[in-house]
Design a protein around this ligand. Structure first.
Ligand code: ADP
Ligand code: MG
Length: 229
């Protein structure tokens, strides 16, 4: 299974705006990511990294080109199919996006509620176990406002990984953290990914964490420049 291609991007172009304001943001993107790989994408602000990540995540429609994620073609995919693909993807964003009125455990458990076959009791046990793994076993019933930045981001990681997604997409997950917490969060992601055999595509500006990547790719002015580590 290790040679299986999790992401296959072929000749993707993407545009924002209409008529005279229409401008091309992504130019002929080609990229393949194998199962179990950790790929880091770097590049200046505004170069199109988030746009590409959200396309791969099935969070916006493919305009031109072909995009296969976990063997589903996303070009012209129905909303239903996109929703199906998204259930196999874990998302981690710069802002942790936790819900303030839910505890750490409830935030994590929420992502299991998309999986109808998992019972409430099991979902609870799995959520607590995952919080234990990210070393928040003693913060299960805390609300996000009572957690530090690094702790909140670890809850977000637990939420993204509790359903054992086959692909994790992370958009500058350490941007809001000091360097030690940032390192900590990324090491944890790497460790969990290896344990669960999932694939990671992570956008980062943080030069100190590039070493966890199997491969680094670089986006510049909407064009992808690939390099091998
Ligand atoms: P990055 O993540 O590398 O900083 P983005 O993918 O967010 O870059 O943005 C790439 C370019 O697309 C930028 O010029 C940005 O202003 C533009 N852009 C992003 N989202 C939109 C949008 N919803 N509508 C119009 N332009 C957008
Ligand atoms: Mg971005």
């Amino acid at each position: 299974m290790s040679s299986e291609l999790v992401v296959v991007v072929n000749n993707i172009n993407h545009y924002f705006g209409h008529k005279s304001l229409r401008s091309q943001i992504l130019f002929d993107i080609n990229l393949t990511i194998k199962s179990g790989e950790i790929v880091i994408m770097t590049g200046p602000s505004g170069s199109g990294k988030t746009t590409l990540l959200t396309l791969i995540g099935g969070l916006r429609s493919v305009q031109e080109g072909s995009l296969r994620v976990l063997n589903w073609e996303l070009y012209r995919a129905s909303n239903e199919k996109l929703a199906q693909v998204r259930r196999h993807i874990g998302y981690i964003f710069q802002a942790h996006n936790l819900l303030d009125f839910l505890t750490a455990r409830q935030n994590v458990q929420m992502s299991l509620e998309l999986h109808k076959q998992i019972r409430q009791r099991e979902a609870r046990i799995r959520s607590e176990a995952m919080l234990n793994t990210v070393r928040l076993g003693n913060r299960v019933n805390y609300y996000p406002t009572d957690l530090s930045g690094g702790q909140k981001q670890r809850v977000a990681i637990a939420r993204a990984l509790v359903s054992h997604p086959r692909l994790v997409l992370a958009d500058e997950p350490t941007a809001a953290l000091d360097s030690k917490s940032g390192r900590d969060v990324v090491t944890l992601m790497q460790q969990l990914a290896k344990e669960q055999g999932c694939t990671i595509l992570m956008v980062t500006h943080d030069n100190r964490i590039l070493d966890i990547a199997d491969r680094i790719i670089h986006m510049e002015d909407g064009r992808l420049i690939q390099e091998t580590k």
